[in-house]
Design a protein around this ligand. Structure first.
Ligand code: URA
Length: 237
């Protein structure tokens, strides 16, 4: 692939912008400056740098972000910054989107990608990918609340009860809740339906993928073994 085309595919701007970047000596490949926009490279896994910043060619990108509180998942946020503001500009330019939404005040695991079919499959209600949340509550958590959450609660505007796959106590005011649907404010509404109130909400796990030690606001690429933990077959980069 020509270097200018390769950079364009990775979110560095139009063909013309990429050509100018290359011609001014801002791009190196394998540690050597390349100022020839039409030079051909095998893209698969290619290591390159733009303005000294290292990158690797990826046909599609899959990211894990530790969403902090105070960010919206929408690309056109209403009251806060978008989570996309936490990512480098080329990743946003290539069309990375969150897989589903967390509320502005919810923290924790958020997947993002520019792979449309992957996002679509992950968000499909038919897929039932389990998501595990830690909820901190206003009132003490009781065994009766956990039983009701596991048995199913009827939410306002719903005709069928929604069930937690699992509900476990973590502390007097904390519970783990695993759900496999993605209804609007689902955890908060379920906890409200059993007479309590969520004061803080944190997503720890999605499928077999855990947030791990990423600091709030930090992100990393998901590699093949991470993706294998999510029940979806992903093409390899
Ligand atoms: N359920 C909620 O209520 N809020 C979230 O952000 C995610 C799940």
């Amino acid at each position: 692939m020509q270097l200018e085309r390769l950079l364009q595919s990775q979110g560095f701007g139009s063909r013309k912008t990429c050509r100018a970047l290359i011609e001014c000596g801002a791009v190196s490949v394998g540690g050597v400056v390349c100022d020839a926009p039409k030079q051909e490279f095998a893209p698969h896994g290619l290591a390159f740098a733009v303005d000294g910043q290292p990158w690797r060619y990826r046909e599609k990108v899959y990211l894990l972000l530790h969403k902090p509180a105070g960010y919206e998942c929408s690309a056109s946020p209403q009251h806060h910054q978008s989570v996309l503001a936490l990512l480098p500009a080329p990743l946003v330019a290539r069309g990375v989107q969150p897989a589903g939404r967390l509320d502005q005040d919810t923290t924790g695991l958020l997947l993002l990608s520019d792979d449309g079919p992957f996002l679509h499959a992950l968000m499909s209600p038919r897929r039932h990918v389990p998501k595990r949340y830690l909820a901190t509550t206003k009132h003490p958590v009781t065994e009766a609340m956990l039983v009701a959450l596991r048995d199913g609660v009827l939410l306002h505007d719903e005709t069928q009860p929604v069930r937690a796959i699992d509900a476990q106590i973590e502390g007097p005011h904390q519970l783990w809740l695993t759900i496999d649907q993605g209804k609007y404010h689902q955890v908060k509404r379920m906890v409200a339906a059993v007479g309590n109130r969520v004061e803080q909400l944190h997503r720890e796990r999605l499928g077999g993928l855990a947030l791990g030690t990423l600091a709030p606001g930090a992100w990393r690429y998901l590699e093949e073994d991470d993706l294998a933990a999510i029940p979806y077959p992903v093409p390899q980069n």
